[in-house]
Design a protein around this ligand. Structure first.
Ligand code: PLP
Length: 449
């Protein structure tokens, strides 16, 4: 079939096929530029990824230096210095230290590997029935079938539900719309106790692990639990011999004002999934980190972690990730995330006084979000048909502001946007971000009224 005279043939499968996306031409600091030279303030770090900003020369140099030595080795034939060093560095940085690391290429692979390692941990001890993973209703752990089986993101699951593993889910820690209609602390952490109830119903002998995002990302919009939630969760997991997997793909590597999100609550996960900020977007790399004691039965048993990808432990990616970690330390970006995050949170709260569609402002460090509602008093969500999240994202985009959509509300039936700029954002750039965001929300309010 012809494509029509003069019509450009298109081969790239874009997120929305009929839509025109600008071509990115270059990036510098917190800005991206398209072919027409239009500037976009990257207030979402892409997909909460470009945490040190664009075009950082140190990272480009590290990439080139490693490429000159060796770009690729196959993990069944060689190891490489950057991969060895990165595993050691991550182990030193992680809560409580002493983790082994398995490198993969995406956050989905990291959580799926976490699930497999957890199952294998019990198999090696002859406990073959412990093979299910509990997750939370409001969660996103990745797009591959295993990761999606553990995810509560309704929209992303819908087409594939019959093919997904039938894993149990429990209530989220979503105080703005408490699933139990209660208020913290009077609630006594009913959401954490829901895990205990599920374990008793299913039987701990069938459960390998519980997985949760320290702060819920795409499936809720920076949904942050009450302070003692994760300590209770960890205690429940330990009591029932269930591994606790922290999905730090979005929260990990300085984003929330701590190197790992779980540090905010002093909890040491058994397994950690990392991605996104690990390379700050300079190369695809992700990781599954496994605590010493969880590796032990595998080390004593088969001695093989049954997973692997062609690009696992890629030297080029590892070199980039090491350079990113070094950059974060040298520029004190954990502290920057905390300091700039506090300023941005305060500004967003002030913006809420002027914009009645902002129902909730939440998050930690530079992982912040606004939940948008039709009525602030009753927390009534907008009807889905209004497409408010898309409207806000598109209007912001027109103005040269990039923000990230989240599925807010109960089971995604609401609107939320994530604001997560690079951790290097200056005060002046924060001002510009706020100006563009306010213009966007005012325009959206006029349009939907
Ligand atoms: N886990 C969390 C918490 C995420 O936010 C994401 C992506 O948004 C993933 C897993 C999946 O990562 P990826 O898109 O790199 O496969």
């Amino acid at each position: 079939m012809g494509t029509g005279a003069g019509k450009k043939r298109e081969h790239l499968i874009k997120p929305v096929l009929h839509r025109q996306y600008p071509t990115a031409s270059y990036g510098q600091g917190v800005f991206l530029y398209d072919e027409q030279g239009k500037a976009y303030l990257d207030a979402s770090s892409g997909a909460v990824t470009a945490s040190i900003g664009h075009g950082v020369q140190d990272i480009i140099d590290a990439m080139a230096e490693q490429a000159r030595k060796v770009s690729f080795v196959y993990r069944s034939q060689f190891t490489s210095e950057p991969a060895e060093q990165l595993a050691q560095k991550l182990s030193e940085l992680a809560p409580g230290r002493d983790y082994w690391t398995f490198f993969v290429n995406s956050g989905s692979e990291a959580t799926e590997t976490a699930m497999k390692v957890a199952i294998q941990h019990w198999q090696e001890q002859g406990r073959h029935g412990k093979n299910r993973v509990i997750s939370r209703r409001m969660s996103y752990h990745g797009i591959t079938m295993g990761a999606l089986s553990m995810s509560g993101h309704v929209l992303r699951r819908r087409r594939f539900v019959p093919l997904l593993a039938d894993y149990p889910v429990v209530a989220p820690a979503y105080c703005y719309r408490c699933p139990f209609g209660r208020t913290y602390p009077e609630c006594g952490l009913a959401c954490a106790d829901d895990l205990e109830t599920a374990i008793r119903r299913i039987g701990a002998e069938h459960i390998a692990a519980f997985i949760a995002e320290p702060i819920v990302g795409a499936a809720g919009g920076a949904v942050t639990p009450p302070n003692d939630y994760y300590r209770r969760i960890k205690e429940i997991c330990e009591r029932h011999e269930i591994l606790f997997i922290a999905d730090e793909v979005m929260t990990g590597i300085a984003r929330t004002g701590a190197m790992f999100g779980m540090e905010h609550w002093g909890v040491e996960p058994d397994v950690i999934a990392l991605g996104k900020g690990m390379s700050a977007g300079y190369t695809p790399v992700a990781a599954t980190m496994v605590k010493d004691r969880v590796m032990e039965p595998i080390l004593q048993g088969s001695r093989v972690v049954m997973s692997g990808h062609t690009y696992s432990a890629n030297p080029q990616s590892a070199a980039v990730s090491l350079a990113v970690l070094d950059y974060i330390e040298r520029h004190q970006l954990v502290q920057a995330a905390e300091v700039q995050g506090r300023k941005l949170l305060e500004r967003l709260n002030r913006l809420a006084d002027k914009c009645e569609i902002i129902g909730d402002v939440r998050g930690k460090g530079l992982l912040l979000a606004l939940e948008l509602v039709a009525d602030r008093e009753s927390k009534l969500p907008f009807p889905a048909a209004k497409g408010v999240t898309s409207l806000v994202i598109d209007k912001a985009f027109e103005k040269g502001l990039l923000i990230y959509p989240a599925a807010g509300g109960v089971d995604g039936a609401g609107d939320a946007v994530i604001i997560a700029p690079p951790l290097t954002i200056s005060d002046e750039e924060l001002e510009l971000l706020m100006r563009l965001l306010e213009d966007t929300l005012q325009e959206v309010m006029r349009e939907i009224q």
